[in-house]
Write a protein that binds this ligand. Structure first.
Ligand SMILES: C[S@@+](CC[C@H](N)C(=O)[O-])C[C@H]1O[C@@H](n2cnc3c(N)ncnc32)[C@H](O)[C@@H]1O
Length: 365
């Protein structure tokens, strides 16, 4: 039996909700090992850029006071130390939300059962690399590959996923794709490509944000247009964020569509959907009934949101949103959070599935 490291106590007072029942998340702990990033497919369609240290200075550019990747016109969140720290902390927060590091089928898939063929895991848009490093710690014999627009502290492939994953076809038992839709032009195509990247009975895991704010009844907060400048202010900020991501070519509507794309794809089976509403501004809290774990969790979510808010500034300014307007909106959001009168939530959607044992690869292309 695996241990779980839930540090969030999900009793009825909690303000994180999910629309689906869920169990089976668990966490294992194993000794640390060195990541093996040397695995590189010999397919005839290599990535355009593989990392060497001399490339490092060409991989970043400064915009609006933050360092961004210099490689993608689509993904405009920072790629600096501050952002990597944010992603590390967000990873811990997401473990609390999910109740563990991995979905249950991961343990089945990662069993070392094929002599001479170590299990291979691909993390798409790995950010600070916290998830893939956990995998390597927990399954020291696996081969792990991290792909991102920026080099990690671990061996990784610097590559733009939008250029295609053909060079990985047939190479992996697990593909992990978490919170990368801001930088993906065509997520539907990505889902199809992942179906080819996976080995038979492989596992894919997706998690994406839908970039809308929701009210306390899980209803989307609608507006007449994306530029409707009125409260609730967090909802207004999310509308501008959607506009900015879309403006750069990112796939803002991936989150609600992944389930359909996966279910309709002939290569996948055992499809599971799970979603969460995370409090931007929680419902009025009752400190007397709140456990220390819950209070800590709210703080984690709030810290993550504030750091995310800050990280999105170059993206928003770069999309033509005037600085004085953004400053004003930031002030209003902060004030709204401090007042706590209008509960608002973000919506995270997760899908995981197995690849069928027998798939006619030609037929699914
Ligand atoms: C919000 S971070 C999430 C990081 C990580 N998946 C996690 O959940 O902690 C998104 C990451 O995806 C990477 N990314 C976005 N679009 C990409 C693309 N087209 N190709 C490669 N990496 C991309 C970014 O560089 C960034 O590190």
């Amino acid at each position: 039996m695996h241990q779980t490291d839930m540090d969030y106590d999900s009793d009825q007072d909690s303000d994180i909700r999910s629309t689906t029942d869920f169990s089976g998340m668990s966490v294992s702990s194993k000794p640390t090992t060195v990541i093996d990033g040397s695995m590189r497919s010999a397919s005839p369609a290599p990535s355009v850029l593989s990392f060497t240290s001399s490339f490092r200075e060409h991989l970043f550019k400064e915009e609006y006071g933050r360092n961004l990747n210099a490689y993608s016109d689509v993904y405009k969140l920072p790629a600096d130390e501050e952002e990597l720290t944010r992603l590390d902390e967000q990873h811990n927060m997401l473990i609390s939300v999910m109740g563990g590091k991995y979905v249950a089928p991961m343990y089945e898939v990662m069993v070392d059962d094929t002599p001479g063929e170590p299990k291979a895991v691909l993390d798409l848009g790995s950010g600070s690399g916290t998830w893939i490093m956990d995998v390597v710690r927990d399954w020291p014999n696996c081969t792990a590959v991290a792909v991102d627009l920026i080099p990690l502290q671990i061996p990784s492939e610097v590559d733009d996923i939008n250029l295609g994953l053909e060079h990985f076809y047939g190479d992996f038992n697990v593909v992990h794709s978490r919170l990368i839709s801001y930088g993906i032009k065509d997520y539907h195509r990505l889902v199809d490509q992942i179906s080819h990247v996976l080995r038979p009975r492989g596992l894919v895991f997706f998690m994406e944000l839908d970039f809308h704010a929701y009210d306390e009844h899980d209803r989307k907060i609608e507006a007449a247009s994306e530029f409707d400048y009125q409260p609730p202010w967090w909802s207004c900020w999310f509308r501008l964020l959607r506009f900015a991501i879309q403006n750069n070519g990112g796939d803002v509507d991936a989150a609600p569509n992944i389930i359909k794309w996966v279910q309709d794809h002939p290569a996948f089976e055992e499809v599971v959907y799970k979603d969460f509403f995370l409090p931007i501004i929680p419902r009025p809290r009752n400190p007397e009934r709140e456990t220390p774990a819950q209070a800590q969790f709210y703080q984690k979510v709030f810290n993550d949101l504030m750091a995310f808010h800050k990280s999105c500034r170059p993206l928003l300014l770069g999309s033509g949103i005037p600085e004085d307007m953004l400053d004003d909106l930031d002030r209003r959001c902060l004030q709204e959070s401090a007042e706590g009168r209008i509960p608002q939530f973000t919506h995270i959607e997760c899908v995981w599935a197995r690849k069928k044992a027998n798939v006619d690869e030609e037929h699914t292309k």
